[in-house]
Design a protein around this ligand. Structure first.
Ligand SMILES: C[S@@+](CC[C@H](N)C(=O)[O-])C[C@H]1O[C@@H](n2cnc3c(N)ncnc32)[C@H](O)[C@@H]1O
Length: 951
């Protein structure tokens, strides 16, 4: 395969497929299938990394970014390996039909009638045909794809899988190692089987022998698999032992239910094993730990969480094994209580760590985690070695030593590439095993074993954690290494005979130091997720481990002591804490860092792209700040947006995703390199209407097409065409000549889409006549179908409805804050108790706490009137409600009627507020109000089905 030289005359197709219509529904369905556990791309199972895109979405981006002109839906889907072999046409319809059909008892593949596309590669003939089409369109040579922030490299892998040359760069050494294995060794060195398993067996044998003394067993032939471990601290009040356990289950799902029953005596605790079904009256969920504080089982005094944290921080605790999962000689698994024998094993390891010189400094790099409040350092874990118990540390060390024992033989036996490949894959295996054996792994009582390190998306200490005997079968090194080797071998089998990708491990803001200008034709960028994931901070644990194994083999990858956090393109306010001041907050500084880094990266991509080259950016975020920052960077770097597509790419293992900050749908923004930047300024007033119209059109198009996304994502999908318009007009200024940022355009888009959604989904008329607060309240329920909404989005919706939600918060109490969300309040939280008011009771409700006074005759906002009517009905019954309504002459009151019917349309059918509203418009109050309900589904079942059904 020959690469297009940068010296060739630039020839670029006028259009590529991603700039035209695509079968998005079918690709979304495939992406969802791809995201189901067990069906991941083999690169994902090679080693943990913190972000991954589903293969179909990636394949689409790769193929459609270089495929010239429009592509027929069937041709594209067939090339992507979607659809049954025998089906030539109508593949998209077929996939959609299968999606809605009830699935039988077989596998997903049985149901759909074709294998998981990510396990399928194109045939040689398909590759040849594709290559000839590409050559024809790209000046006689194959186009080269660049991924500047490649992560573990699914994008470039899929490129080379289709015979398209690829360059892949990644800043972080952990995914850089995965790239090396999957995109260099797999295509160039090829299979390592069966030799690699023989070396693995040797390593395991040596490590097993050395680890065995630390896992003593009660009976010969038994083998400890994994143990449930906690901390014992001393009670502040009586000095008794408190195990920091919140439930005593070992395995809830096992026959009879295995649990531990503690015996508290004379200030000590001992453990016994029970089958819960044989212990009537015993509740394993009654345990000392409540949240993060603990009630002493000896004297009942509550030990506060901060005191407990301090004790753990200061090392005033003892590790305690309270349950053990073991295997008998004939392979049966069982549980027993932890006891003296386990403590002996732990003690032996602690003595070894204290006395073995090599172990004293093993993994002693500092933990540099700034962004998480629950970071390990607040529990006294200052160095990476501290996330292990002494026994876990010894185990890590023994596996490393066993690896080192084989290393020179491996290097001597094979050519250097093969030896390096072998050592790299074996290191990934060791690193994956480590991931299952730290103090930060949770004991999972539903399964009876431990989780992996990052299931809860941070580095928090687990009070009930797991000690996993890696020398043992089932969940030990053998299993993990098989998993890694199998994944590697799959990758080998997926690839055509080809060169690997051209790899770099540098800051993408410096790409031109590695690759020539105009040396790539399409860039596919999956940028870091703004403030959602702090890749470098989280990955140090893998880095320091892998460095021990491979520093001599890959000195370039392991040249620093920890991963590079300064050059990482993320918005991490905690890293700016020390330099923030009154002028610039840490959030502003973090934003600026992300924006300037992304701008530099886009500028480098721009340099590397051939003239007119295509860049497809995958962007997944709800926060408008993130959109504003990223698109500003893109446009400032000289790109113009040529197309956009909403597409579902959200992965379940995306780590550190805060609250609801990440969207279900992503947007693919397709941009082209502009050779000359226009400096002509456009007046905001001149583009505003066009922007609104573009957003409206997109929302209407999505709704008409039946494309399967939520209402919120419809608004986000409209950002694409909005930004396209904005970029065309860039730079945009107001009448004073001040710059208008993308955020303004996005706000307009929100407002326009909200209007479309209200028109489509609300049959109630007269909404525009309502006051802004009431309108905002109704729209919030309409769009989110929930009382909890991300703050940023609620605020944006406020802008659309003409209400500043921060201004009205205190006076109306219509919403409350909950972390990064707002919670919409109902009558219970807002209206003073009418009964207490009338009785003139001393407990008169505070008007500050409950701003709505039900004895008023007029209300500032119609939502207050409706909330009060609901309150009176609930508190005093229909008769009083009738009086209350008629005293205020609410019969035929248009605003009242519109608010009531709109709420009946938007509130969930199980909401109490809706139930009372239904009562209010029925019976005698209903007779009085005489509201026209013909357009309302009073059962609540058919509301919002068009989109809601699919969420
Ligand atoms: C969203 S992830 C890419 C995931 C990838 N598409 C995959 O499927 O594995 C973004 C990546 O950008 C990397 N990154 C962050 N800052 C970078 C920089 N300055 N240069 C290069 N890569 C960077 C992160 O380490 C992270 O792996």
């Amino acid at each position: 395969m020959s690469e297009k030289s940068f010296l060739d005359e630039a020839e670029v197709p006028e259009n590529v497929a991603i700039e035209s219509k695509l079968p998005l529904n079918a690709i979304d369905i495939e992406s969802q299938k791809d995201m189901e556990s067990g069906r991941y791309h083999a690169l994902r199972s090679l080693h943990k990394w913190f972000a991954a895109r589903p293969t179909p979405a990636v394949r689409l981006a790769v193929l459609a970014s270089v495929y010239p002109g429009e592509i027929d839906s069937d041709e594209l889907l067939r090339l992507m390996k979607i659809g049954p072999k025998e089906l030539d046409t109508g593949i998209a319809d077929y996939v959609e039909k299968k999606f809605t059909e009830k699935k039988g008892s077989g596998t997903l593949d049985d149901h759909y009638g074709y294998p998981n596309p990510n396990t399928q590669s194109p045939t040689d003939t398909e590759i040849e045909k594709l290559q000839s089409k590409l050559r024809e369109a790209w000046g006689g040579e194959l186009p080269t794809i660049l991924d500047p922030t490649a992560g573990r490299g699914i994008i470039p892998f899929e490129a080379i899988r289709y015979g398209i040359p690829a360059k892949a760069n990644e800043l972080n050494p952990v995914p850089a190692l995965i790239l090396k294995a999957g995109l260099e060794y797999a295509p160039e060195v090829g299979s390592l089987d069966p030799d690699i398993r023989e070396w693995r067996d040797k390593i395991l044998e040596t490590a097993r022998e050395n680890i065995e003394p630390y896992y003593p067993t009660e009976e010969p032939g038994r083998q400890i698999l994994n143990s449930a471990m906690t901390y014992i601290i001393q009670c502040d009040s009586c000095g008794g032992e408190i195990p920091l356990v919140s439930k005593w289950w070992l395995n809830k799902e096992s026959e009879g239910g295995d649990a531990v029953k503690p015996v508290y005596e004379d200030g000590t605790v001992e453990y016994t094993h029970v089958r819960v079904e044989n212990e009537p009256g015993y509740d394993p969920e009654e345990a000392p730990l409540r949240g993060r504080s603990a009630e002493c089982p000896h004297c009942d005094v509550v030990n506060e969480k901060e005191d407990i944290r301090q004790k753990i921080h200061d090392g005033e605790f003892e590790f305690s094994i309270y349950g053990v999962n073991y295997e008998t000689e004939n392979g049966d698994r069982a549980y027993r209580a932890g006891g003296e024998i386990d403590q002996k094993g732990m003690q032996k390891a602690a003595e070894r760590v204290e006395s073995d010189f090599d172990l004293l400094t093993f993994l002693s790099e500092p933990i540099d985690v700034s962004s998480r409040t629950n970071d390990p350092t607040s529990y006294g874990m200052d160095e990476w070695r501290d996330i292990f118990t002494p026994r876990q540390l010894v185990v890590q060390y023994e596996f490393l030593s066993a690896f080192n024992e084989e290393k020179s033989d491996i290097l001597a036996k094979y050519d250097s590439d093969t030896a390096e490949a072998m050592l790299t894959v074996l290191t990934l295996a060791a690193s994956r095993s480590m991931n299952y054996n730290t103090r930060l792994n949770q004991w999972r009582d539903l399964f009876g074993y431990g989780s992996h390190l990052f299931t809860d998306n941070n580095l928090s200490l687990k009070r009930m954690s797991v000690d996993n005997n890696l020398a043992a079968p089932r969940r030990g090194y053998r299993k993990h290494s098989d998993h890694v080797i199998d994944s590697y071998e799959k990758l080998v089998s997926y690839l055509p005979e080809s060169e690997g990708a051209d790899l770099a491990n540098i800051d993408a803001a410096d790409l031109s130091s590695k690759w020539e200008a105009e040396s790539v034709d399409a860039a596919i960028v999956d940028p870091p997720y703004y403030s959602s994931i702090m890749y470098a901070e989280l990955s140090d644990v893998f880095y320091v481990t892998q460095k021990e194994y491979l520093e001599d083999i890959h000195p370039d990858i392991y040249s620093s002591s920890l991963t590079d956090k300064d050059n990482e393109a993320v918005a991490n306010p905690y890293r700016f804490e020390e330099i923030a001041d009154d002028e610039q907050s840490k959030d502003d500084l973090a934003d600026q860092h992300y924006e300037s880094k992304m701008e530099e990266i886009f500028a480098e991509v721009q340099k590397l792209l051939s003239s007119g080259g295509v860049m497809t950016v995958m962007f997944t975020h709800r926060e408008m700040d993130a959109w504003d920052t990223l698109t500003s960077a893109l446009i400032s770097a000289g790109f113009t947006i040529t197309a956009t597509h909403p597409i579902k790419t959200e992965m379940s293992d995306r780590i550190g995703v805060q609250g609801k900050a990440s969207a279900d749908s992503s947007i693919f923004l397709v941009a082209r390199k502009q050779d000359t930047k226009s400096s002509e300024r456009t007046l905001w007033e001149d583009v505003q209407d066009g922007i609104r119209q573009a957003a409206r059109n997109q929302a209407e198009e999505i709704l008409d097409s039946g494309y399967n996304i939520s209402k919120t994502d419809t608004a986000i999908a409209a950002y694409g065409p909005t930004l396209q318009k904005y970029a065309e007009a860039f730079p945009v200024v107001n009448k004073k000549g001040e710059e208008i940022r993308p955020r303004e355009a996005l706000s307009q888009a929100r407002e326009a889409v909200t209007g479309v959604l209200a028109e489509r989904f609300l049959k109630t008329e007269g909404l525009e006549q309502l006051d802004s607060l009431t309108r905002w309240y109704i729209l919030s329920w309409l769009i989110y179908e929930n009382d909890t909404i991300p703050y940023d989005e609620a605020r944006q919706l406020g802008v659309a409805a003409n209400v500043d939600i921060d201004n009205i918060k205190r006076t109306t109490k219509i919403w409350g804050k909950s972390k990064k969300d707002i919670v919409l309040k109902d009558h219970n939280d807002r209206v003073q108790d009418i009964v207490l008011l009338k009785s003139d009771s001393a407990d008169n409700p505070s008007s500050r706490k409950y701003p709505v006074n039900p004895t008023d005759t007029r209300f500032t906002y119609t939502i207050d009137t409706v909330h009060t009517a609901i309150h009176v009905y609930e508190r005093e019954g229909p008769r009083s409600a009738w009086d209350w309504l008629s005293d205020r002459d609410l019969k035929s009151n248009q605003e009242f009627e519109a608010t009531v019917t709109a709420l009946l349309e938007v509130l969930p059918s199980d909401s109490d507020m809706r139930e009372t509203l239904v009562n209010l418009v029925s019976g005698e109050t209903g007779d009085y109000l005489d509201i026209n309900l013909d357009h309302i589904d009073m059962s609540g079942e058919e509301r919002q089905t068009e989109l809601g059904d699919h969420q």
